[in-house]
Ligand binder design. Structure first.
Ligand code: FES
Length: 76
């Protein structure tokens, strides 16, 4: 069984041997997650780094709102 996780790893029934850059990586896990995003620190195995996303301007706190809070605090 092989299952492809959208924006994530490929899940393969283990145990498996993966050959990467001439080295063989073996996993005896029941299900092995193979990294497809290349962000894994344990590549070719997935370490869930694919879950991290890039912060956008929309994620940033509103600096003006903080200033308003500070001003209100000064009056109190
Ligand atoms: S797919 Fe999970 S770290 Fe790359």
């Amino acid at each position: 069984m092989v299952r492809i996780v959208p924006s994530g790893p490929i899940l393969i029934e283990g145990p498996v041997e993966l050959v990467h850059d001439g080295e063989t990586v073996r996993s005896d896990r029941f299900i092995v997650a193979v990294c497809t995003c290349r962000r894994s620190h344990t590549y070719p195995l997935c370490d869930t780094s694919h879950r991290r996303r890039i912060r956008t301007a929309r994620d940033e706190p509103d600096d003006d709102a903080d200033d308003e809070d500070d001003e209100a605090g000064d009056d109190a």
